[in-house]
Design a protein around this ligand. Structure first.
Ligand code: BGC
Length: 756
């Protein structure tokens, strides 16, 4: 079978090469004609002259000189538009052929207008909103001269120990694909030559979210059936949406690092998925193949080029070894020309070959960046990303005239509002929770106290504080801090404690083995509860946390992730009831770290746990915990309540290729108007490979006024019934299907149909 697939790929490979030849771009071909081999290799080199985040050991040197000699294809992390202009001048005026540079950047959740971290944004389940944040990011970034964005990050993540779960859309391929598409379309628009759109770069190809044990940069080993069904769909969705570039991942796939994985970069990406953009390595991921054990720099560079890598980020392996490899017959001129062509085609697509200064316009930053309008969307996006996990005695929303003890290490911490991977944002523009409370509820009495440090371990704080003072350890003793908070609580009607993770406790190189709230803050929470006052936790984090102990306390919990530049205003909007929370989790929250990996689409196994999840010997369960998570995928409360009834299917039986429509009545039975994310899960009851117990296959976010009902319809398309079988064919197999509809992945309203 494998041989057949390889032959098939070879066959498709030849045809797609023909197709590619057919649509060669004359401007690019003319340029290629004039280029020396050194100049072609130069285009494959991406450098950062400082100002970016150095996440690997290599830092670029002599950048100016390299641009002049035609040894640079693009720059990223350039600190200012003036510097970009200067660099473009050097490329255009001082290099022999005057080929303009690409300017890249990591704009992961907004440029200067920082939106919530992507995991938070995905919890809005609002694709128009997500697309809109990407459009704004593109408008702002291009105003500063950037034309290539290292986003979206679409890695499926089912292990919250992995810090980079913060950067993606969570655990689910269906939702992840929708988010991937929305972001690519938001960044790239419909016209890449427009000066407010930029190239998207889907990353990290592939499977980076499945690193073993949640440890960053670790190995990945995954069967192809799981890969195709669960992990690859969002990358493919981004490619189908037109993503112009792809970034490789640090990990290996089937034992070959992605950066030199021919099966991944050529057979799958180009030949099977018809990707026609360019592939860039991750930061020094090319050089890291030496440590992976694949050979020296020359060997790994040749391997990577041969595999289909076009651009080397920072490592200069291509620059320093490809000529030698060419002379020694290890790569061909065609290999180099093909890679160079793809870089030049990207420049052509952006309109840079026409006008290298298309994105450099000194009048734009002032009018396009961090505008009131953009901040409004950031505030909305943040409020819509919050997930109400628990509302003890319906204490939320709080009255705008209440006496509030606002406490916690994150309550007035400007440094921690933006979240991980926001290098283009600036904490000075962020609104703290305390400021937000004052803005939105000026007539409330706010008794503020820090209450505790984020954590008390100075060594750990040092590791976290690489990009700024995220964890600030107070000069006051923990006991004094605690006393101040308790005193504030005692003179208030209600306590709001802003607790959780500091910004860089998640994100890249921020894996944790213990994902609970740090001890210092646990003490604070317990002391506050002991006052007998109602306690609301505003919980910040870049990942699902284990909060089983806190959940058992009589507290309310509003999960706000790291909300971005409008953090405080958005939090106040929700706490005081101007916005009724509607976010739903996009990654399962475990009860205990030992349950990880945990996700909603797990399989039944041959020995499923009993229905009531009570332990039974010789069943697939744990002695010390139930199987169920603390919060399932799709979970989130509202200030109102929704009742589901009357699920109907448009047909009882369908033929291959037919769609089927599911309708359900949703009634707002509470006291507030509100939005609900109606979710549809599907179970393929019998099939040739073991099915997940259920899988998300549709959703709709609807606004329903209090007391009113809406009939919500979701249509299952023929592809929604398909999966990759043991031969990796994408098929729908005849038989029974079960549909579950409701407000989270435990939805229990069920109907069945048959696919004939
Ligand atoms: C990250 C990428 C990022 C790159 C450039 C790497 O360490 O993995 O996501 O785009 O740095 O900043």
């Amino acid at each position: 079978m494998r041989i057949f697939k390889t032959l098939l790929f070879c066959f498709i490979g030849t045809t797609s090469l023909i197709a590619q030849n057919a649509k060669k771009i004359p401007e690019v071909e003319q340029l290629l004609e004039k280029m020396t081999i050194e100049e072609k290799i130069g285009q494959l080199n991406l450098l950062t002259p400082g100002g970016g985040v150095a996440t690997g050991e290599v830092v670029s040197k002599n950048v100016e000189a390299k641009i002049k000699t035609g040894n640079v294809g693009g720059l990223f992390g350039v600190a200012s538009p003036e510097k970009m202009k200067k660099a473009q001048d050097i490329a255009v005026k001082n290099s022999r052929l005057g080929i303009p540079l690409l300017f890249g950047s990591d704009i992961i959740h907004g440029y200067k207008t920082t939106f919530p971290i992507p995991l938070g944004l995905s919890a809005s389940w609002d694709m128009d909103l997500i697309k809109n944040t990407a459009q704004i990011a593109a408008k702002e970034a291009t105003a500063d001269g950037i034309n290539w964005n290292f986003s979206p990050m679409v890695d499926i993540a089912r292990d919250p120990r992995w810090g980079r779960i913060a950067e993606g859309a969570g655990e689910d391929p269906y939702l992840g694909s929708a988010v991937a598409e929305a972001m690519v379309k938001g960044y790239q628009g419909t016209d890449l030559t427009a000066n407010n759109t930029m190239l998207a770069c889907v990353k990290h190809f592939a499977l980076y979210g499945a690193v073993e044990a949640g440890r960053d940069y670790n190995s990945v080993d995954m069967g192809h059936v799981k890969m195709f069904n669960q992990y690859l769909p969002p990358y493919k969705a981004a490619i189908d949406a037109g993503a112009a570039s792809v970034m490789t991942s640090f990990n290996d796939v089937d034992g070959v690092p992605s950066t030199a994985n021919k099966w991944l970069l050529t057979d799958l990406l180009r030949d099977s998925w018809n990707f026609d953009g360019f592939v860039v390595s991750d930061y020094t991921s090319l050089n890291e193949m030496i440590a992976h054990g694949l050979g020296d720099l020359q060997a790994v560079s040749a391997l990577a080029l041969k595999a289909g890598l076009d651009m080397d980020m920072v490592g200069e392996g291509f620059l320093s070894t490809l000529k030698k490899s060419l002379d020694e017959g290890k790569v061909t001129e065609t290999d180099i020309t093909n890679a160079c062509r793809r870089i030049l085609e990207a420049k052509y697509k952006l309109g840079l070959l026409d006008n290298p200064y298309r994105y450099i316009d000194a009048s734009r930053p002032e009018k396009d960046i961090l505008t009131e309008e953009n901040r409004k969307i950031a505030r909305k996006a943040a409020a819509h990303s919050f997930v109400l996990l628990k509302n003890e005695n319906n204490i939320l929303p709080i009255s705008k005239t209440a006496k509030i003890a606002l406490v916690g290490p994150l309550a007035d911490s400007r440094n921690n509002m933006l979240g991980t991977w926001a290098p283009t944002g600036d904490v000075k523009y962020a609104v703290t929770i305390k400021e937000g409370f004052n803005n939105i509820a000026p007539n409330a009495t706010i008794n503020y106290a820090k209450g505790s440090n984020v954590l008390n371990d100075k060594e750990l704080a040092k590791k976290i504080n690489v990009f700024g003072p995220r964890v600030e350890i107070s000069n006051e003793t923990p006991e004094t801090l605690l006393k101040e908070a308790v005193a504030a609580a005692e003179k208030s009607d209600v306590v709001v404690a802003v607790v959780g993770e500091a910004t860089e406790m998640s994100g890249e190189a921020a894996s944790r083995t213990d994902i609970s709230i740090p001890q210092a803050q646990k003490k604070l929470i317990n002391a506050l509860v002991a006052t007998g006052k109602p306690v609301v936790l505003i919980l910040m984090s870049g990942r699902p946390l284990v909060i089983t102990e806190e959940f058992d306390l009589p507290v309310s919990i509003l999960q706000v992730w790291h909300p971005g530049v409008e953090a405080g205003n958005a939090a106040a909007d929700v706490v005081f009831g101007d916005y009724n929370p509607s976010g739903k989790l996009t990654a399962t929250w475990p009860r205990a770290v030992g349950q990880i990996p945990i996700y909603h689409s797990m399989k039944n196994t041959g020995r499923p746990a009993p229905e009531n999840d009570q332990f039974q010997k010789f069943r697939s369960n744990y002695l010390d915990q139930p199987n169920a998570p603390l919060f399932p995928f799709g979970y989130g409360l509202s200030y109102t309540t929704f009742e589901y009834s009357d699920v109907q299917l448009s047909k009882q039986k369908i033929a291959q290729g037919e769609s089927i429509t599911v309708s359900v009545k949703v009634k707002n039975t509470g006291n507030y108007d509100g939005e609900e994310v109606v979710q549809l899960y599907l179970r393929d009851v019998v099939r040739s490979i073991t099915p997940p117990k259920r899988q998300l296959k549709g959703f709709k976010k609807v606004f329903i006024k209090k007391g009113e009902s809406k009939t919500v319809t979701i249509t299952l398309q023929p592809e929604d019934l398909k999966f990759y079988n043991g031969n990796l064919d994408f098929v729908a197999e005849p038989g029974d299907f079960e549909v579950f509809v409701g407000g989270n992945s435990n939805a229990d309203l069920k109907k069945s149909f048959i696919l004939e």
